[in-house]
Design a protein around this ligand. Sequence first.
Ligand code: ATP
Length: 315
Amino acid sequence: MDVVTIGETMVVLTPESSPLMRYAHSYSRKFGGAETNVAFGLTRLGHQVGWISKVGDDEFGKSLLSFVRGEGVDVSEVKLEKTAQTGLYFKEVRSGDNVRVQYYRKGSAASTMSPSDLNEAYIAKAKYLHITGITPALSESCYETIIRVIEIAKANGLKIVFDPNLRKKLWSEEQARKVLLEIAALADIILPGVDEGTFMFGETDPETLGQLFLDQGAQVVILKTGAKGAYYFTKDEMQFVPGFKVKTVIDPVGAGDGFAAGVISGLLDELPLEEVVKRANAVGALATQVVGDFEGLPDREELRQFMCEPTGEDI
Ligand code: ATP
């Protein structure tokens, strides 16, 4: 196994007959979750990924599990929870990138995850652990689970990739800042957006933010600046890697998760950091080209074509 990720994936309902929930009487049903988006991005690029989670022992939960399994992700560590339901949310796409989300996830099956759900032998088989700042916001036991999975990863030599993925709807700003900083100090590779860095440190300058994350203990900081691209920072190096130009953004949601998949894929392929960030920029850009959070994530051939490389050998 290359990567283990842990977190909640939910049913997503999007109004169809009207873009507004208030007037819609029919909805399309999909599944959504940052960690499984990253997992799908990685499996499409040929990596082996396991997802740790809980879903309700209900029809939505079973359907979700089949779907994630169908995308090639190992779900052997996903538990069916009898005492809680699969979480769900509504996604109103009002226009363009004006997207509103309404959660029905409090007390969801995934929010009941606890450290005793973690199988150390399973996690130990992977090279990277991917975590986001969403999971610790779900409940106290989820927070404890994330702290424990970090301990397990460290004890077994996995590198920890942390995407803060700030969700202000899930917790108070004070609590979010405290926990995101705590986890950032434990991670090896951090993937914040500039806005998230600003939220965490109260600084806006990318170079200052990169340094602040490094001072906390990270080995690599990759700071996203939206369509412009991303900076990377290590203790010896700092560089900006420009993003790829796209004609039109069809759906911006999921670019960050695609970016994370690109980073981890590049690290697994042992590319130099500049190439890692270039690949991440490409996957992030491609994610904006198709409606849906993960549908646009590329396989190797699509990625190669997009990056205009003459052969697939370097990718
Ligand atoms: P998300 O909405 O998925 O949480 P995010 O805020 O974490 O996203 P962004 O900074 O929007 O992430 O995008 C991540 C990366 O995807 C960017 O650093 C860039 O490489 C690529 N990207 C995003 N939007 C565009 C765009 N319009 N054109 C080209 N590349 C883009």
